[in-house]
Design a protein around this ligand. Structure first.
Ligand SMILES: [Zn+2]
Length: 204
């Protein structure tokens, strides 16, 4: 595998580890899809996790502005899915800090644990396993900025944009693979439902 894995290599790794599955799926929000993607299933395999996070760190290092701030850079994840990526990237970059925000319940706002505070002027790179809707990363960005932190970029393993994905321009966005999922807003508009293909319920 190359120093930075190619799109094809990343997709093959995701399929091989069961993180990317073909079929017919229904999400809790009612969306239907022909594809299931859960990057943490790939991150279970430590050596694969290393390949992904080291690859991502190499993309980041290629940006001279980010490279120059590595000694004072914080890597921050918007939840548990991004944690192994954040720790892998922090280790590979030899960045300063790595931490994460979380929410107790899906309806509650994201927050940091007590004393896990952003300092004023702190340079923060947001890291997650996937950028799809952008809801978590955008909330984390607001949380960091509200505390005086300076978000310098975003890095994810998989970028799966939808027409509703939040735009983070002009911040640089780094990803190893870009995947196009086919989503249907509900069962009525789903082509797979129309073909009477049985579906599996996705619970996370
Ligand atoms: Zn369907």
């Amino acid at each position: 595998m190359h120093l930075v894995p190619t799109q094809e290599e990343v997709v093959a790794l995701l399929r091989q580890t069961g993180a990317l599955r073909d079929g017919h799926f229904e999400s809790p929000n009612g969306l239907h899809s022909n594809e299931y993607l859960q990057v943490p299933l790939a991150m279970r395999y430590y050596q694969h996790a290393r390949v992904l996070s080291v690859g991502l760190s190499r993309l980041l290092r290629a940006n001279s502005e980010i490279r120059a701030m590595i000694p004072e850079l914080s890597i921050v994840a918007p939840g548990t899915g991004g944690l192994p990526v954040a720790y892998g990237v922090c280790e590979a970059l030899r960045a300063h800090l790595v931490y994460w925000a979380e929410r107790e319940d899906d309806h509650l706002p994201m927050r940091f644990r007590q004393y896990m505070e952003v300092t004023r002027g702190e340079k923060v790179l947001l890291v997650d396993d996937i950028l799809r809707s952008g809801r978590n990363l955008s909330e984390l960005k607001s949380l960091v900025e509200a505390r005086g932190g300076l978000v310098v970029g975003l890095a994810v393993v998989v970028y799966q944009p939808t027409p509703k994905t939040v735009a983070f321009d002009p911040l640089p966005l780094y990803y190893l693979a870009k995947l196009d999922g086919h989503y249907y807003t509900d069962a009525a508009s789903c082509e797979l439902c129309a073909k009477k293909t049985p579906f599996e319920k996705v619970w996370l």
